[in-house]
Design a protein around this ligand. Structure first.
Ligand code: NAD
Length: 421
């Protein structure tokens, strides 16, 4: 039912809210009787606090006071190991928390630099770095924290959430997934190809959570797009990209093997239309385009997180939206088009952590926008003011003076008081 889009319409929401209003107005008597049956709640009190709310607005002032949560744990990842460690720490400190940072062991140089520099520059009684891998992180997760902020994959995300649940600790989970890029034929092809190549291969060789994971275009447009992408790739990285100093390497041999397995999948090897070369010694993989890999191939089902770009084709561009909606909600979704109707439909119906139109990943650099996932791509968000909010509790504070104290709200609930409601 939700998938039909019905609950998103203005008309449906209004009709259902009006229905609730009807329930409370047409069935007051039954509601009051049920409350009396369950709680012996006096009729007057039932009206005052559950059924009607008119008497609740006493003269008062209301404010939201942000307070720090306490002692928080930040667990970080390896792909932007400096940025993704310090960014949440900045939010935690800005909101007034004490913080323990656990950087990723997969980027050991950055991890030990963070330990050294934070040790030298920060107040280590309240800002600490703990280095380590799974055993150390597991030990940290056994402690009670006031918030856990985790960046990484969604399998470990589940471990974090389960550990947090033991202490009712709130979490932010910054996860990943497969970010789709829809390319319509109604585009400036050169700019599209350049931004797509930069957004996929230029950001850390595709080892970026908001990088393009796969492209969807029409059958008719696919070869035009492949040609344009190939031409931009040659301009960026030359004829032998694995030799290019402008292309980052893969983080380690484990991830190198993982990526080559995606390429060597027999369902995929015949579908490579550009690239495929690798240099094991230097952990480099050439930017690779894969056209129309079968639906059940690994490359179309696992998060790629590397310089491989599968291109899926559909009969008409609108079919791309159905295809995206059939998958888990991604961290980001992208659309290249000049078509206003298509843009509107994409923004309305694709659920993703964030969306950029005619760009890749730039939305996460805009400080007025929250950055975070939805569903399988995570929960909670940060950046800019949202980082402060992620590490704060919003305390509701209401203040009154002593005047205007209406006796009508206090027992005994004489019949005469009902008329004030
Ligand atoms: P990783 O291997 O560095 O793991 C992340 C952290 O989890 C590390 O600190 C590690 O020590 C810890 N960890 C690993 N296994 C654990 C376990 N069993 N128990 C407790 N802690 C454990 O990084 P990764 O997961 O390979 O990172 C890549 C993933 O992160 C991708 O899915 C990517 O999309 C996602 N990512 C998301 C964002 C974002 O901001 N949403 C940013 C970067 C990466």
């Amino acid at each position: 039912m939700y998938a039909t889009g019905k609950t998103k319409t203005f008309e449906w929401r209004v009709s259902q809210l009006k229905a609730i209003l009807k329930i409370t107005t047409h069935h007051e008597k039954e509601i009051v009787e049920a409350l009396h049956s369950d709680l012996k709640k006096p009729e007057y009190e039932a009206f005052l606090y559950e059924v009607k709310t008119s008497m609740k607005t006493y003269p008062s002032s209301a404010e939201i006071v942000s307070e720090p949560l306490g002692v928080v744990l930040v667990i970080s990842t390896w792909n932007y190991p400096f940025l993704l460690s310090l960014e949440p720490v900045i939010g935690a400190i800005a909101a007034g928390n004490a913080v323990v940072l656990k950087p990723s062991e997969i980027a050991p140089a950055t991890s030990s630099l963070l330990l050294k520099l934070l040790g030298e520059y920060m107040d280590t009684s309240a800002v600490k770095v703990v280095e380590g891998a799974v055993p150390e992180t597991t030990a940290l997760l056994e402690q009670k924290w006031d918030k856990i902020f985790y960046t990484g994959n969604n399998k470990v995300g589940r471990i974090i959430l389960a550990a947090a649940a033991k202490h009712l600790t709130p979490v932010v989970l910054e996860l990943g997934g497969k970010c789709p890029v829809v390319v319509d034929s109604n585009v400036n092809l050169k700019v599209t190809a350049r931004r797509l190549v930069a957004g996929k291969f230029g950001y850390n060789s595709g080892q970026t959570c908001v990088s393009a994971d796969y492209v969807i275009t029409t059958k008719e447009y696919a070869s035009t797009l492949v040609d344009a992408l190939s031409s931009e790739l040659e301009k960026f990285y030359g004829k032998d990209p694995v030799q290019s100093n402008d292309l980052s390497s893969i983080i380690n041999s484990h991830h190198f093997e993982r990526l080559t397995k995606l390429l060597d999948d027999e369902k995929v090897s015949g579908k490579i239309v550009l690239g495929g070369q690798r240099d094991k010694a230097n952990l480099k993989i050439a930017p690779t385009l894969v056209l129309d890999a079968p639906e059940d191939s690994l490359i179309l089902n696992e998060e790629i997180f590397g310089p491989l770009l599968p291109i899926i084709t559909v009969n008409k561009i609108e079919d791309s939206i159905t295809l995206i909606k059939a998958k888990e909600k991604p961290l980001a979704a992208y659309l290249f088009t000049n078509d206003k109707k298509l843009k509107k439909e994409f923004i309305r119906s694709v659920s993703a952590g964030g969306i950029a139109i005619n760009e890749i990943a730039l939305h996460i650099l805009e400080p007025t926008l929250p950055f975070g996932g939805v569903g399988e791509s995570g929960m909670g968000s940060y950046h800019g003011k949202f980082s402060f909010d992620a590490f704060s509790h919003k305390k509701s504070v209401l203040q009154r003076g002593f005047s205007g104290d209406a006796a009508a709200r206090y027992p005994p609930y004489t019949p005469g008081k009902l008329k004030f409601l």
